[in-house]
Design a protein around this ligand. Structure first.
Ligand SMILES: Nc1ncnc2c1ncn2[C@@H]1O[C@H](COP(=O)(O)OP(=O)(O)OP(=O)(O)O)[C@@H](O)[C@H]1O
Ligand SMILES: [Mg+2]
Length: 255
């Protein structure tokens, strides 16, 4: 990889939003990405890294194909002999990206999908890392809505991520996941966001990672999600959106 790219990788925010299942990763990714795009930090690369998808619909983008989906098809064709060299097929990252990347004003979105594990030459996480490296020079920031748990917190992906946002709720299990992530990436990289935690609950974080803010339980947001309305359409004065904006300022992502 060119030195230029390495510099970019170190300078622009590459954020992964992680945490236990159901804590609000997708909601906060959607609100944070809207915040980034509405400020000067664009274009932003959004990555829906949940194999079953989430961010894609939360922001109201229709995805025709996923990175892994394009790749799976390509490899199947190679197996049938349509393409001659299977090994070569597994390396066609530019082709996969070209067919899966959705480009819009101010942002692009890449949905990862899931790889067929059998005979997989390039595991999904390695694919994600490589995709970030290929695309990075065209963007001012990257935001990844990660898969639940710690599966994606491995060297392949996090070596490129410079900010890991860990979402917690008041549950012990969400704290356990935070602690596991902290052990893997170190407290310095982590910014903790407490989601849906009532103001009167005193939160004690299990490790050294710092709490950057609290996003309130929000009925309007819940209604949008229930009715399948993209969260980017929430009004500008929505309380959860404003809380996320405040956190983005604290994180130094917007001024
Ligand atoms: N601040 C909030 N106020 C109201 N509802 C919320 C809030 N945050 C999340 N929710 C609701 O909680 C549910 C789970 O949120 P979300 O899908 O963002 O979690 P997740 O961590 O991405 O889940 P998964 O692990 O399945 O990907 C959704 O129905 C969402 O509408
Ligand atoms: Mg999700």
């Amino acid at each position: 990889m060119a030195t230029d790219n390495n510099t970019i990788l170190n300078e622009i925010p590459i954020i992964s939003v992680c945490g236990k299942g159901g804590v609000g990763k997708t909601v906060i990714s959607a609100l944070l990405s809207r915040t980034l795009i509405e400020t000067k930090n664009k274009p932003v690369l959004l990555v829906d890294a949940d194999p079953v998808g989430g961010l894609t619909s939360a922001v109201g983008v229709k995805v025709v194909d996923t990175l892994a989906g394009v790749r799976n098809k390509f490899i199947e064709e190679a197996r049938k002999g349509v393409k001659s060299d299977i090994e070569q097929a597994a390396d066609q990252l530019d082709y996969f990206i070209l067919n899966a990347l959705v480009e819009r004003e101010g942002f692009s979105l890449l949905a990862m999908g899931h790889t067929n594990d059998k005979g997989c030459f390039c595991p999904a996480n390695k694919l994600l890392r490589s995709a970030i490296e290929v695309l990075i020079s065209s963007f001012k920031g990257v935001l990844i809505d990660a898969e639940a748990g710690i599966e994606q917190i491995n060297r392949d992906v996090t070596v490129r991520v410079n900010r890991v946002i860990v979402i917690i709720d008041a549950s012990q299990r969400s704290m356990d996941t935070l602690l596991m992530i902290e052990k893997m990436v170190g407290a310095e990289k982590i910014a903790v966001i407490a989601n849906r935690v009532p103001a009167d609950i005193k939160l004690t974080l299990p490790g050294k990672a710092e709490l950057y803010g609290i996003v309130p339980e929000d009925e309007e947001l819940k209604k949008y999600d229930r009715e399948g309305v993209p969260l980017w359409e929430l009004p500008a004065d929505n309380a959860a959106l404003l809380a996320v904006k405040g956190i983005a300022v604290k994180l130094g992502l917007v001024s």
